[in-house]
Write a new protein. Structure first.
Length: 140
C-alpha cells in the first residue's frame, strides 16, 4: 500500500516579556602603595693630565706633563622599591529605583511536511483483518 500526504502548519505567536529587579549594590576595594628611594648621587672630578711632546728632548721620550684637568665621575646608589598597604574603596548602587526590561515580539513560522511511503501488504492485511473482526454497533 502506498501513502502520500502533504501537511502545512503555520503560526505567528506573540511574545511579551517584562522583568524587573531590585537595585544592585556594588563595592570595589584595593590596597597598596609603592615607595621608591635612592641613596645619595655623587659626582666627582679627578685629575686629567695634559701632556706635550717635545721631539728634540730625547731623554724620557720627549713627553712632558704641562698641566692637568680633573677627572669626572658620577655615582648613583642603588634604588630601593617598597610596596606599602593603603586602602581605596569605591561603592555605589546601580538602578536606585530598580531596573526594568520590556520585550515584545511576534514570531512567524511555517512548516511543510511531504510524506511518501509504502507499507508492506502483510502489515496492511493484518491491520484490516483486525479492523474487520470487530463487531459493528447497531444504531438505535
Amino acid at each position: 500500500m502506498k501513502v502520500k500526504a502533504h501537511a502545512v502548519m503555520q503560526g505567528s505567536p506573540e511574545l511579551k516579556l517584562q522583568a524587573k529587579c531590585n537595585p544592585i549594590g556594588f563595592e570595589v576595594t584595593a590596597d597598596g602603595s609603592l615607595k621608591l628611594q635612592t641613596g645619595p648621587i655623587a659626582a666627582e672630578i679627578g685629575e686629567i693630565p695634559i701632556t706635550l711632546r717635545i721631539p728634540f728632548l730625547r731623554r724620557a721620550g720627549g713627553v712632558r706633563i704641562v698641566g692637568s684637568i680633573g677627572a669626572f665621575g658620577v655615582r648613583v646608589q642603588p634604588i630601593d622599591a617598597e610596596l606599602r598597604p593603603i586602602a581605596l574603596r569605591i561603592g555605589g548602587t546601580l538602578g536606585k529605583d530598580g531596573l526594568a526590561c520590556d520585550l515584545e515580539g511576534r514570531i512567524g513560522c511555517k512548516t511543510e511536511v511531504d510524506l511518501d511511503a509504502s507499507i508492506p501488504a502483510k502489515v496492511t492485511r493484518v491491520a484490516f483483518d483486525v479492523a474487520e473482526a470487530e463487531p459493528e454497533e447497531a444504531e438505535p
